[in-house]
Design a protein around this ligand. Structure first.
Ligand SMILES: [Zn+2]
Length: 79
């Protein structure tokens, strides 16, 4: 009877320990995958090269350089 209770407690403790260990490993792995590799991929994907000034600018919101030939310069001249 007592051995059965101890066995149940042992199994429960082992399950809890295993659960925490797996959860810890999973969170560590996911945080690592969300780190540098994904960041590098995003940079290369969202950056485009200006053919005039030869600098990399964000594709979605390209910043214009000071050269008048820059294709990313503001189309609204004057101001
Ligand atoms: Zn430019």
């Amino acid at each position: 009877m007592i051995s059965k209770i101890l066995f149940t407690l042992g199994v429960a403790a082992a399950a809890l320990y295993g659960y925490r260990l797996i959860r810890r490993l999973a969170s560590g792995a996911s945080s690592r995958s969300d780190g540098s590799p994904r960041k590098d991929e995003k940079i290369t994907a969202d950056m485009t090269k200006c053919r005039i000034c030869e600098t990399y600018v964000p594709r979605e919101a390209p910043a214009a350089c000071e050269r008048p030939e820059c294709p990313y310069a503001s189309p609204q001249g004057g101001a």
